[in-house]
Write a protein that binds this ligand. Structure first.
Ligand code: FAD
Length: 286
């Protein structure tokens, strides 16, 4: 089933994200975690794409496995900036053969050494190409606080519009910790004429290190209220985990109360965190 059909049903959706292992030794562990998350019956699951080496095959393997063995609808991620056209074409064929109908089309980060493959510069080029390969439902990324490389938010929104016009069926946001940032962003993109469904990306922060790593990579602002939580509970792993789950759950409740229909949780291969969040929303997700 195409994700966009799931999103167009008149209900609040909850989806979870997993990432594939970097090496074969860890595959079984990741697969088990992904199956546990699938057993929560989310509306769908996404499987991220590690741009380097053999890890791209694990995205196909994990997505196929989840789809065929658990019946969970999946969306497989694909990045392009470090890939050749041949490799992208091979990946799209692999998704097709696995019965995967949904692809999250991303540019990918520019590697620190600057080594890119020069076949693609931006995600919209990948989106156009996926469309040429068949009838896929295509998702794209968006950045409520602006993408780190883009100096002016106005330009970022123009680029986003170009991406949607290239064939994006929906957009998933980068994590954010202040819901007002999302409400403001939604106002601006709707005004710019971007009408596709938006999935609010929520990252439950369950340890102190994870916060600094995530913020460093994404440039996401941390509100004072959340800083105080991390300052107070950060050195107590159990307390930090619980506080992080509660903070994420409260964010989601506020989003739903304000009319946001699609919640995507960056569950980071943690079934217990995914389950706790789902449990906190059990009376709300109807
Ligand atoms: P683009 O949409 O191409 O945008 C990248 C930058 O280029 C932006 O600054 C944009 O404003 C600018 N730009 C776009 N078009 C133009 C244009 N025509 N002219 C000039 N500038 C332009 N990374 C992974 O490696 N694997 C994953 O699985 C993965 N999943 C992700 C999922 C989500 C929901 C998100 C938010 C991010 C994900 N990422 C992933 C990270 C992503 O690859 C990076 O954020 C990357 O830097 C940008 O990717 P993009 O697809 O948003 O790029």
């Amino acid at each position: 089933m195409k994700i966009v059909e799931v999103l167009n049903q008149d209900k609040v959706t909850l989806s979870f994200e997993v990432f594939p292992p970097k090496k074969m030794d860890d595959y079984t562990k990741v697969e088990e975690a992904a199956h546990q998350i699938a057993s929560l019956h989310p509306d769908f699951m996404s499987i991220t794409y590690g741009a380097g080496g053999g890890t791209s095959q694990y995205t196909v393997d994990l997505a196929r496995d989840l789809y065929q063995r658990t019946g969970t609808e999946v969306i497989a991620h694909l990045t392009c900036v470090t890939s050749t056209r041949e490799h992208v074409s091979h990946m799209i064929q692999s998704f097709k053969q696995a019965g995967i109908e949904n692809i999250m089309a991303l540019r990918g980060d520019i590697p620190k050494d600057g080594k890119v493959a020069h076949d693609y510069s931006y995600a919209y080029q990948l989106i156009r190409e996926i469309k040429e390969h068949g009838d896929f439902c295509i998702g794209g990324a968006c950045y409520p606080e602006g993408h780190v490389e883009c100096e002016h938010k106005k330009d970022d929104i123009l680029h986003l519009k170009q991406k949607v016009e290239a064939g994006c069926d929906f957009l998933t946001t980068q994590m954010f910790f202040d819901n007002n940032v999302l409400y403001n962003f939604l106002y601006r993109i709707r005004e710019a004429g971007i009408q596709v469904p938006i999935l609010a990306g929520i990252m439950p922060i369950t340890n102190k290190k994870q916060l600094s790593r995530s913020v460093q990579m994404s440039g996401t602002q941390v509100p004072e209220r959340f800083k105080a939580i991390v300052d107070h509970f950060g050195d107590d792993p159990q307390a930090m985990k619980q506080a992080g789950i509660i903070y994420a759950s409260e964010q989601i409740i506020d989003l739903i109360a304000n009319g946001i229909k699609h919640i995507h949780v960056y569950s980071m291969n943690k079934p217990d965190v995914a389950a706790a969040i789902q449990n906190n929303l059990s009376g709300i997700l109807k």
